[in-house]
Design a protein around this ligand. Structure first.
Ligand code: IMP
Length: 437
């Protein structure tokens, strides 16, 4: 049956939950890893022994020999950035022979980055705080039916032809509204030619490849980028990204039906962070926030921006569980909380004189919500060497249990450090089975 061997991994907060490490860990047991949305706005830091890899498009499965990595049709790809990513991996002797790109994935072009930057400038104080990678404009052009796709890039002549169709309009926009001189067709073709030559042979029908692999009983991981609260429909709009980041997009962003999502693992930090603008009820602008940022190394992989930090918010987590259909949680960065006398966990919001456990849909309401905290005893022990739940201090276990109770989703994995080995998988869970335990 489709789905039995498949696991969708999504972020359950505002991105940066540590999905890269979790995917890297589980990919060693997978035959295929497929990214299904987003572009190089994502940044996965994977620590592998003495090596640190920063990946933007490429699934961390690329580090597992024998695992095929796919860039799915729901993605937007910057060919020039992807080229650099490939070069970086190859320089460090990581084979990229197993990378496949969906023919239907859209391309982020140079002009998309111009639009992104100028849009943000013009929004002034109301800016989204985007990564500046051209993500929104690339998805907008896709919806406007004037985007270029990977299949176009695979053949330079087709690429030139498609570009010639859309460039007059793009240049007119750039010149009249964006204060940019525009682009010359032949110059653009030459800029993208090396990408076309390198990436062209990797462009295939990934939907068919995935479907056949699932039918053969292969193990497939679907890799989400960003997080639930950045979803274009269900996130904190307009402070969101421009794609569907929830688990249901694994099907549509890969060319498969919804049954492809066998199980859905929500990756969630033991506290909360956010980059960019927008409401964040448990944000700590005080010492506690600084401490989480310093201890957690909370600086963006893609932009280097300091992340906003705050306490774990179970209202958000429960909402993420609902909109994704989460079947399990992978709690990351639990070790960062070591050394705190007490740890706060938001169990509800107080808003307009009443208390609610429901995540509000309107941003104006969310702006006014104040978290209601339950305060837990902290722990001082260094937990980075714990490899079983039993090796964690009682207070840390109690905190994990509170996460399960407040979200209604079982914790299947706990990460206590950035390295692959610093991982606890709960025995008897689906993930334990996935890992062959
Ligand atoms: P965009 O995706 O670059 O358009 O940015 C839109 C919003 O999503 C901004 O708040 C970004 O900071 C945020 N964002 C995009 N990608 C990521 C990510 O991978 N992690 C965390 N935040 C992200």
């Amino acid at each position: 049956m489709q789905g039995t061997n498949s696991l969708v991994i999504v972020g359950a907060q505002w991105g940066d939950e540590g999905k890269g490490k979790v995917i890297d860990y589980l990919a060693s047991e997978a035959d295929l890893v497929a990214r299904f949305q987003g572009g190089d706005n994502a940044g996965h830091t994977v620590v592998y022994g003495a090596n640190i890899f920063k990946l933007h498009h490429i699934p961390s499965g690329i580090l597992s020999p024998g695992c095929t990595s796919l860039l799915g049709s729901g993605m937007v790809i910057n060919p020039l950035v992807l080229l650099d990513e490939l070069a970086e991996l190859e320089k460090r002797d990581i084979s990229t022979a197993n990378l496949r790109i969906s023919s239907k994935a859209h391309l982020i072009m140079a002009y998309h980055q111009v639009y992104d930057r100028v849009n943000e400038e013009l929004l002034g104080d109301n800016k989204i705080g985007t990564t500046g990678r051209g993500i929104g404009p690339a998805y907008a052009d896709k919806a406007l039916r004037r985007g270029l796709r990977a299949v176009d890039l695979a053949d330079v002549d087709v690429f030139r032809e498609r570009l010639a169709q859309v460039l007059p309009l793009q240049n007119r926009l750039l010149q009249s509204a964006y204060g940019h001189e525009g682009y010359d067709l032949e110059q653009l073709v030459e800029i993208y030619r090396p990408a076309a030559e390198k990436l062209g042979p990797m462009v295939v029908d990934t939907s068919r490849l995935l479907s056949e692999s699932l039918a053969e009983g292969k193990k497939v991981l679907f890799e989400g980028a960003q997080g639930a609260l950045l979803d274009i429909d269900h996130g904190t709009y307009p402070f969101v990204t421009s794609s569907s980041t929830v688990a249901a997009a694994a099907g549509s962003g890969s060319g498969l039906g919804p049954q492809c999502a066998g199980r859905v693992l929500g990756v969630i930090k033991a506290y909360t962070t956010r980059v960019g603008e927008g409401p964040f009820p448990t944000e700590e602008k005080s010492e506690a926030g600084d401490l989480l940022r310093d201890q957690g190394g909370e600086y963006g992989t893609t932009t280097g921006r300091p992340r906003r930090c705050g306490w774990f918010d179970s209202v958000i987590a429960r909402y993420a569980a609902r909109i994704n259909g989460l079947t399990g949680l992978a709690v990351t960065k639990l070790d960062v909380l070591s050394g705190l006398e007490t740890v706060n966990l938001a169990v509800a919001y107080e808003c307009g004189g009443s208390t609610t456990k429901d995540f509000p849909t309107g941003m104006e309401v969310l702006q006014q919500c104040k978290p209601v905290y339950e305060i837990f005893p902290g722990w001082y022990e260094d937990i980075s060497r714990a490899r079983t739940l039993g090796e964690l201090p009682e207070a840390a276990r109690q905190y994990l249990e509170a996460m399960e109770e407040t979200t209604g989703v079982p914790v299947e994995m706990v990460s206590v450090g950035p390295d692959r080995t610093q991982t606890i998988v709960k025995p008897g869970t689906y993930l334990a089975g996935w890992c062959g335990d």
